[in-house]
Design a protein around this ligand. Sequence first.
Ligand code: 6PG
Length: 227
Amino acid sequence: MNEAHEYRDRASLDRALAEHIAGLLREDIVLRGAASLAVSGGSTPRGMFACLAVQPLPWDHAHITLVDERWVDTDSPDSNERLVRETLLQGAAAAAHFTGMKSAHATADTGLPEMSARLANVPLPFTCVVLGMGNDGHTASWFPRATNLQQLLDAGSDQLLGTCDPVTAPHQRMTLTLPAVLNARKIILHITGDEKRSVLARAADENYPVAAITEQHENPVSIWWAP
Ligand code: 6PG
């Protein structure tokens, strides 16, 4: 069964979720000497990142990477790496080991081998993967109607990374695949607002990509929501 955590407002949600993630990271650092966290971009996690950055933990034993990235320069306002550097990798959390998902290659497809090699330096399985969701039912960069969506959602694949050319959003994408997410110790879905809650409620019937996560029983999802 998926877990549901509902909060009265986004500030309370951000604080509680940051404390929860910090607890998971501390646990894994004690258990295996290191912890790894994959985070999403977009607008939703900004406040949570700021709360997480001030959590007391041995950040130099933490590895942080992205769930997905837009294929834009890392100083672009649309860059998820820029978001993480400006909001999460601050203060004590700046000691964390960050692995980005953007190379100098012209396209995400040509950058894939280098990104896969980089990801091999991150302790796997992930301690925690934090997903977001769009109003079109996408999560990570698994976009509806993308030509290779089934490939990204192939649970039997041994590929941890893939690319996507969305038709419902801008920019080519680099993204974790479904197997990479399902293999995580903890899968978190962080969403806000009534519209996203109703999108999530329809996900299975509409066969939205997020259903690949919420409708599976291998690794229940922890859903964190506020209005
Ligand atoms: C991205 C994200 C993506 C995000 C959703 C939700 O790069 O766009 O990683 O999966 O979580 O698009 O975005 P918002 O939080 O802005 O609604």
